[in-house]
Design a protein around this ligand. Sequence first.
Ligand code: DGY
Length: 319
Amino acid sequence: MVVVTRRLPAAVEEQLAREFDASLNREDRPLDAPALAHALGSADGLVCTVTDRLDAQVLAVEPVRARILANYGVGFNHIDLAAAKRRGLVVTNTPEVLTEDTADDAVMLMLMVARRAGEGEREVRAGAWRGWRPTHLLGTKVSGKTLGLVGMGRIARAVARRARAGFGMRVVFHDPVPPPPEVVAELGATALASIDDVLRDADFVSLHCPASPETRHLMDARRLRLMKRGAFLINTARGDVVDERALVQALAAHELAGAGLDVYEREPEVSPELLAMQNVVLLPHLGSATTETRVAMGLRVLENLTAFFAGAPPRDRVA
Ligand code: DGY
């Protein structure tokens, strides 16, 4: 039996129920720590998501019956991997299938914030639009500008391709483990020696590093200050890569021109100051939110569970 912690697309839930005697969460209420601990003690596996805090304390439950955490999502910073390993739990994720959608999300945020799309939409909906005029809602040109990528994994590469092919952008990046030179050449991107170099150079900075203790608050007050005053910050990675308080202060001090955010430090809470800023586009963690991709993620979870319970190595094992 597996416990599925959130509602999943119907086709995925049906297959999970058929093949794994799944306990589904029809109300879609997030599981708190006692409910997660109970699931670990009573099911053979958990299909979990970013909203489940599987920390060392929850994973310390006795006795543990579960043997696999099949995460529905690519990011797994909500799972204490070391603690999971100690309890003999295998952890899998769902990479690749959400790469293109998340790259689209980053580009959407870049365009929205630069072209003031949110402001424009709010104006039209409020009935406040007075018609076309040459000086109305002037934004910032995207085409031909410099995009700086922090991290150059799958999603960053997909963003680089869109930026180059679609908008003729120059692409610079920093990744402590850069892709092979032929991949960098194919992308037409330029590796810079440090994140700070990327921040100083870019008109748009897009974050694509995993959340970890090392990347927590990577974008802190000092780094935000390195950005150009006319530059925009885009975050589709994880909220805690940015010090949200420092971002609020930097935006208030006009140290950067704006931000497009899909993720937040304390989701679903958003700093109230951000809600009041016009030069910020705020989306509710929509990176992979298309029907096609959410089904594909579910199929990937199913593939991992099937392999694991058949005694084979799951394709997407991360611990
Ligand atoms: C992911 O796949 O990591 C999404 O952000 C949801 O967890």
